[in-house]
Design a protein around this ligand. Structure first.
Ligand SMILES: *Cc1c(COP(=O)(O)O)cnc(C)c1O
Length: 370
């Protein structure tokens, strides 16, 4: 099946009692046992498993060409489960521009339990030299936030395999429509389903997909079931519903982002534009090789510094000034002021989650403030 078909069918189960064509939301926290104490419906208790969670896990497994998935209440809980599944003392190599929520999670919650180095993952030699005896995991995020830097998934997968390391990729920025890390050699893919997968900015959620049901995956399943940071049936229903239109939404996000990037690059008030679909992007060739399309996120530097950047976000009419991404509505954000003082993000950078409004309206809104 092609991805459009999987998105619609892989997460839906026609109800066996009522024949409801769209799978109902199963709110029950518990499930009736059989006379001999077994579980004839296949479910025991909703923390351990739930039909709507199962549907969400099935569809994302299909989209990412994996073997299994574990859904969580947030993207951060999904990422945390990978870290929690490591033995204490393990060393992690992550990107120097890792999503700040997960970087802070490691620094604030795993200090003394795990060790980590945040490095430039575009430098393959540096990755090689950072690996030590305790290294267990390479965590990559591509394209990265907010500079849309790429790292070479196939090349890192190769190093990880050579050193028997687990290789996880945060695929939130790309979505499975634009990039499929498992097909490029990754062991685990993570998504904040809050973003493109749900796509309507009304749920928080996260998910992990595995290439193989190996012993590390068994540990992650333990973290999911006993840790219990699981999503509600209603949230799972909403994300599964959102995913049905993901392939068509992504086409619109990508087309609008490319057009907006072209417009911004030609504008005299703009110093630089970061979008993998631009020929000027330093890793445009890598993007063309490993991405199926270039995504819906971009960022740009404004001439006139931080004050001008803030003036722009305060005067746009269609773009909402807010954090997050992947919804149908366009969002714009001054990243430096969200990420805090230890960030490398330039003060005149604006990040855009390009939505599905008409491109002419988005361009004229920006034109009027630039
Ligand atoms: C939002 C985001 C996360 C965290 O997801 P939450 O659902 O907010 O917990 C992780 N990685 C990336 C790239 C994100 O954009």
């Amino acid at each position: 099946m092609n991805i459009e078909t999987k998105a619609i069918h892989a997460g839906n189960k026609i109800d066996s009692d009522t024949k409801a064509a769209i799978q109902p939301i199963t709110l029950s926290s518990t499930f009736e046992r059989g006379e001999n104490g077994d579980y004839p419906g296949g479910y025991i208790y909703s923390r351990s498993d739930n039909p709507n969670r199962k549907s969400l896990e099935n569809v994302v497994t299909a989209l990412e060409n994996g073997a299994d998935a574990c859904a969580f209440a947030t993207g951060n809980a999904a990422g945390m489960s990978v870290f929690q599944a490591l033995e204490p003392g393990s060393h992690i190599i992550g990107p120097d521009d890792m999503y700040h929520g997960l970087r802070n999670q490691l620094k604030l919650m795993f200090k003394g339990i795990l060790t980590f180095d945040f490095i430039d993952l575009t430098d393959i030699e540096l990755i090689f030299n950072t690996i030590k005896r305790e290294t267990k995991l390479i965590w990559a995020e591509t394209p990265s936030n907010p500079l849309l830097k790429l790292c070479d998934i196939e090349a890192i997968a190769h190093i990880a395999k050579e050193h028997q390391l687990i290789f996880a990729v945060d695929n939130t920025f790309a979505s499975p429509m634009c990039q499929q890390p498992i097909s490029l050699g990754a062991d685990i893919v993570m998504h904040s389903t809050t973003k493109y997968l749900n796509g309507h900015s009304d749920v928080t959620g996260g998910i992990l997909v595995t290439k193989e049901k190996d012993s590390f995956w068994e540990k992650i399943k333990i973290v999911q079931g006993y840790g219990g940071a699981v999503p509600s049936p209603f949230d799972c229903y909403l994300v599964t519903r959102g995913i049905k239109t993901l392939p068509y939404r992504m086409r619109g996000h990508v087309a609008n982002a490319q057009a907006l990037a072209d417009f911004l690059e030609a504008h005299e008030s703009v110093e630089a534009v970061f979008y993998p679909g631009l020929k000027s992007h330093p890793q445009h060739d890598l993007a063309s090789k490993q991405m199926l399309s270039y995504g819906g996120m971009l960022s740009f530097l404004v001439k006139g510094g931080e004050d001008k950047a803030k003036e722009i976000v305060n005067n746009l009419k269609i773009f909402t000034q807010a954090t997050s991404l992947g919804g149908v509505e366009s969002l714009i954000e001054h990243r430096y002021s969200v990420e805090g003082p230890d960030t490398k993000t330039p003060k005149n950078l604006l990040r855009v989650s390009v939505g599905l409004e008409h491109i002419d309206d988005l361009i004229s809104d920006l034109e009027s403030v630039l």
